[in-house]
Design a protein around this ligand. Structure first.
Ligand SMILES: Cc1cc2nc3c(=O)[nH]c(=O)nc-3n(C[C@H](O)[C@H](O)[C@H](O)COP(=O)(O)O)c2cc1C
Length: 205
């Protein structure tokens, strides 16, 4: 029998999916005692192609400020003008939450297998990592905390790998998620009825 036995459990998932938003301005959160364990548990049960789990997730807490100092230093060194100012302002919005979750691809685990081409294997790894990101995002949301998904690898990847001590030959920075307390967002979502339909064309709602 399924572990899901009540309509309240289905409703709770719908609430979580609705509540998840991209929050880019964070203040210091107080992290519940089971928060990190819940992140780890979410990552452990995520499905992946061939069950390879081609990711490594690292949560920064004690070193969160040091991490953001290093990011700001890198931005200052590598970007110029308006772009530098924009990234520094974004960093300032995200650094104060208290935790940053880094998501890496583990290329030792995402190599082609079972006759797949390199391109197909990469596509499968990207889909698998997308699932990890959503699982983390929903777990963060379930604890009443906020985050967003950031892709700054072109600017900071080497520094981030260095910071956490992972070798560049094997790992690739996919994204990071700054976590903290965020104001509730009331932005509307785009109407997208045509992106889901029953087989007879009705939109399913
Ligand atoms: C694959 C992916 C990449 C994204 N990359 C970024 C990013 O680099 N920076 C950012 O601020 N938001 C990023 N986002 C967030 C989207 O812009 C956001 O999810 C979308 O606008 C819908 O808003 P919502 O998350 O509040 O529902 C990304 C989202 C996804 C799924």
């Amino acid at each position: 029998m399924s572990a899901i036995t009540t309509t309240e459990q289905a409703a709770a998932l719908a609430t979580l999916l609705q509540a998840r938003r991209s929050t880019r301005n964070l203040t210091l959160a107080s992290f519940p005692p089971d928060f990190v364990a819940d992140l780890a548990a979410a990552v452990r049960v995520v499905p992946s192609a061939f069950d390879t789990q081609p990711w490594r997730v690292v949560a920064l807490h004690e070193r969160n400020s040091a991490f953001w100092d290093s990011i700001e230093e890198t931005i200052t060194m590598r970007l110029e003008g308006d772009r530098r100012m924009r990234y520094l302002a974004r960093a300032d919005g995200m650094r104060h939450g208290g935790m940053t979750v880094l998501i890496f691809e583990d290329r030792a685990r995402s190599a082609p297998r079972d006759g797949f081409s390199g391109e197909e294997a990469q596509d499968q790894a990207a889909q698998s990592i997308g699932m990890v990101q959503l699982a983390l995002w929903l777990t963060i949301t379930a604890h009443g905390l906020s985050t967003s998904l950031q892709h700054w690898h072109a600017i900071i990847e080497d520094r981030v790998l260095d910071f956490v001590g992972l070798p560049q030959e094997v790992f690739r920075l996919v994204s990071f998620m700054p976590v903290g307390e965020g104001a509730e967002l009331t932005l509307s979502r785009p109407e997208a009825a045509e992106r889901f339909a029953m087989e007879d064309g009705t939109p399913g709602t």
